[in-house]
Design a protein around this ligand. Structure first.
Ligand SMILES: [Zn+2]
Ligand SMILES: [Zn+2]
Length: 321
């Protein structure tokens, strides 16, 4: 199991060491052969904006910050035990992420956690690992990053990532750690947005990162090819609600920082979509017939203006309900 050289710093209780204490929870996925192929065009165009998009930093707690740029929302915890970073954005964002981290404190780089395998959250793994981070994730994130993948809806085909991009510490159910004075839970969701999703809960800071379980303010993308489905998304949102209180700062995978009330609204939108579409499918209507009925018309004008339009969202719900 490759360990990052930065971890040997004396007097530093690294995240890796805390993780190793929970050894029973750890299970490295099988190592796979490294394969590389040229990037597909849609991937190149997804990566391009991250070259120039600045990273904004918002303080959520004494030592915990929200980082927002071109990819999914990131967070960083700073402190003498080393910096912890949640998500890695695109490959092309790495220099700006490292600049933003450097501007916060001189602490060394310690742990990078992937909320799931998607390109807007894990594409930057390799340069960030090479800069000093050890990568933690669910075992299926490692499995997917180390093998060729595709996302049909987005027209993306991805070769297996180089080994330096693979999470080196993985878990199947949960991983618990004390780090920089806070207590963290990393817990896997049942298949929801993908089959690799985890949440990260900082107890003391009262901050919850839900990854792409939560799209704040617009219909979510659900990756059917990675095991995603509407039932899991609803269950995931409900799990987030159970963990949060009225002062919890909730980081969605996409969209602005949220409260429990925002998450409740999102949860209710998903439930309404499921409850509108499931009976039509049960009656035997085709996907096209269901979409033509505009079953989510009540929320389409507010929630259908993001990345996923109402027809696409209805189709996903129909196929996975
Ligand atoms: Zn995302
Ligand atoms: Zn995603």
């Amino acid at each position: 199991m490759p360990f990052a050289p930065a971890l040997s710093t004396p007097n530093r209780r690294s995240f890796l060491r805390m993780g190793a204490i929970s050894a029973a929870a750890l299970a490295a996925a099988p190592l796979r052969a490294f394969a590389q192929a040229p990037a597909a065009d849609p991937l190149t165009s997804m990566r391009a904006p991250a070259l120039t998009t600045p990273i904004t930093t918002t303080r959520l707690y004494d030592n915990l910050f929200l980082l927002q740029g071109a990819g999914g929302n990131m967070a960083t915890q700073i402190g003498p035990e080393g910096k912890l970073l949640i998500d890695a954005s695109y490959l092309t964002a790495a220099p700006r992420i490292l600049e933003a981290l450097k501007a916060l404190s001189p602490d060394p780089l310690d742990a990078l956690i992937n909320t799931h395998w998607h390109v807007d959250h894990a594409d930057g793994n390799q340069p960030l690992h090479e800069a000093g981070f050890t990568i933690f994730a669910h075992s299926k994130t490692r499995e997917r990053l180390s093998t060729p993948q595709s996302i049909k809806l987005l027209g993306i085909s991805l070769p297996a990532y180089p080994r330096a991009a693979w999470p080196s510490i993985t878990f199947d159910t949960a991983l618990h750690a004390d780090h920089n004075g806070d207590t963290l839970d990393l817990v896997h969701f049942d298949p929801a947005h993908t089959d690799t999703d985890i949440y990260i809960h900082f107890h003391k800071a009262n901050v919850l990162h839900l990854g792409d379980i939560f799209f704040n303010g617009f219909y979510p993308f659900i990756d059917e090819g990675s095991g995603g489905n509407i039932h899991g998304m609803i269950a995931g949102a409900a799990r987030g609600l159970a963990l949060a209180d009225s002062s919890t700062k909730i980081i969605p995978g996409h969209g602005p920082l949220a409260t429990k009330a925002d998450l409740q609204r999102y949860h209710d939108v998903l439930v309404a979509a499921r409850d509108a579409i499931a009976p039509l499918k049960a009656k035997g209507l085709s996907e096209a017939e269901v979409v033509a009925q505009h079953p989510t018309a009540a929320t389409d004008t507010t929630w259908g203006k993001g990345f996923i339009n109402p027809a696409t969202f209805n189709g996903i719900v129909y196929r996975t309900v």
